[in-house]
Design a protein around this ligand. Structure first.
Ligand code: SF4
Length: 346
C-alpha cells in the first residue's frame, strides 16, 4: 500500500507545492493536500493555535489538524531561507516542532531543515535531504535521485511560467497588453490596472484574503501580483533602501509596491497586511511612507485577521475603486481642457 503524505495547503505550500508534491509523487507516495481554507479549517486553527500567532499561522494549524487522521506522514519542512544572505519568517522554521509538541497524536512529521543563508547548506545538503526522505519510500537510490531532479525541473518550469518579463511588464503598464482573461476585462471600457500586494498564501487563498482577488477580477480589474514581477526590478528597488531588507519574501512585496509608486504607471495599489505579522507591519509602514513621499498612485492598505468580514472589506474596496475612477475622470477632463486651450492659443 502506498504511504500517504499530507501537505497543509497554506504558507510556503503556495510557493513550493510543485517541488514538494512532484518529489513525493515520483517516489511513489500518495499525495494528500488539505483543501483550500474553509470554515472548518479556519475554526480549527483559531481554536487550537496560540492566540498570539499571526492569522496565516493559525490557518496552518487548521490545515494540519484537518489532515491529522488522513495521512501516514505530514510534510512540514523547516525552511530558513532560499537566499544566501536574506532569511524567511522564523515561523517557517519553528512550525513543525511547535505542532509536534502541542499535538503528540499527529502523524510523523517529515521536517528537513534547510537554510541557504547557513554555512554548509548548499547542493550537498539538498542531496542529503533528498536521500534521507527518499529512503523512507524506496530503497532504490537512482529513483530517489531522479525524483529529486524531476521535482526541481518542475518547480523551475512553474516559476518561469509565473513571472512576466520586463518587456511584458512595460507593455502592461502602457495598457498595451492585459494580464487577465479578456472576457472578464471586456466588462470595462478601460480596465483599471491595480497591483495586489501581499503574501502569496494570502492573495491566492480566498478565505484568507476575504476573496479580494476574485472580487477585483469580477469587477474587470487588470491585476498584477508580486509573484509575477520580474526579479531584477524587485532587486533594483531594494538597492534604493539605506539598509538590506533581509526578510526574503518581504522583498518581493515591498519591491512591487515601490516600483509602482515610483513609476506612477498604474491606477492603484492594494496591500494586504496580516494582523500580528511582524514582517507585514514593517513593509506596510515602509510602503505607506514611500507612498506619502510620492503620492501619485493611490495606496489602500487592508489589515486582515480572523474577524475580517467580506462586507467590511467590500465597502472599502468599492470606495477605493470609486475614488480612482473619479480621479481618472478628473485627469481626463483636465487633459481635454489643456488640449483645447492649446488649440485656441494657436
Ligand atoms: S511572514 Fe507574517 S504572515 Fe507569514 S507566517 Fe510569518 S508572521 Fe505569519
Amino acid at each position: 500500500m502506498k504511504k500517504r503524505v499530507g501537505f497543509p495547503n497554506a504558507l510556503l505550500f503556495y510557493k513550493y507545492s510543485v517541488l514538494w508534491t512532484t518529489f513525493f509523487q515520483e517516489l511513489g507516495a500518495e499525495i494528500i493536500i488539505s483543501p483550500e481554507t474553509n470554515k472548518i479549517i479556519k475554526d480549527l486553527g483559531v481554536k487550537y493555535a496560540p492566540d498570539e500567532d499571526c492569522y496565516s499561522t493559525k490557518l496552518y494549524f487548521g490545515h494540519t489538524l484537518y489532515l491529522k487522521d488522513k495521512v501516514d506522514y505530514l510534510f512540514i519542512p523547516r525552511l530558513g531561507s532560499d537566499h544566501e544572505v536574506n532569511v524567511g519568517c522564523p515561523k517557517f522554521i519553528a512550525l513543525a516542532e511547535v505542532l509536534k509538541s502541542m499535538f503528540p497524536d499527529i502523524p510523523k512529521i517529515i521536517m528537513p531543515f534547510f537554510s541557504m543563508a547557513k554555512k554548509g547548506h548548499g547542493r550537498f545538503k539538498i542531496l542529503r535531504i533528498i536521500f534521507s526522505i527518499g529512503f523512507r519510500f524506496t530503497i532504490n537510490p537512482f529513483r530517489i535521485l531522479i525524483s529529486g531532479k524531476r521535482a526541481f525541473d518542475a518547480q523551475f518550469k512553474y516559476e518561469k511560467g509565473l513571472k512576466i518579463s520586463e518587456e511584458e511588464l512595460q507593455k502592461w503598464e502602457n495598457s498595451e497588453i492585459s494580464l487577465q482573461n479578456l472576457s472578464i476585462l471586456e466588462q470595462r471600457e478601460t480596465p483599471l490596472r491595480i497591483a495586489l500586494v501581499g503574501h502569496s498564501y494570502v492573495i491566492n487563498d480566498d478565505l484568507s484574503s476575504v476573496s479580494i482577488k476574485n472580487l477585483l477580477l469580477s469587477r474587470g480589474i487588470d491585476l498584477i501580483t508580486p509573484e509575477q514581477m520580474p526579479k531584477v526590478l524587485i532587486e533594483k528597488q531594494m538597492e534604493k533602501l539605506d539598509y538590506n531588507m533581509y526578510f526574503n519574501y518581504a522583498r518581493e512585496i515591498l519591491g512591487t509596491a515601490m516600483h509602482f509608486i515610483e513609476n506612477n504607471s498604474i491606477d492603484g495599489i492594494l496591500q494586504l497586511i496580516i494582523f500580528s505579522c511582524g514582517i507585514d507591519s514593517i513593509i506596510g509602514e515602509m510602503s505607506a511612507r514611500y507612498s506619502s513621499r510620492k503620492p501619485g498612485t493611490p495606496l489602500l492598505q487592508l489589515v486582515i485577521d480572523e474577524l475580517s468580514s467580506e462586507t467590511g472589506v467590500l465597502t472599502r474596496i468599492e470606495a477605493f475603486l470609486d475614488m480612482i475612477e473619479r480621479k481618472n475622470k478628473f485627469r481626463r477632463k483636465e487633459l481635454i481642457c489643456h488640449s483645447h486651450s492649446l488649440i485656441l492659443d494657436h
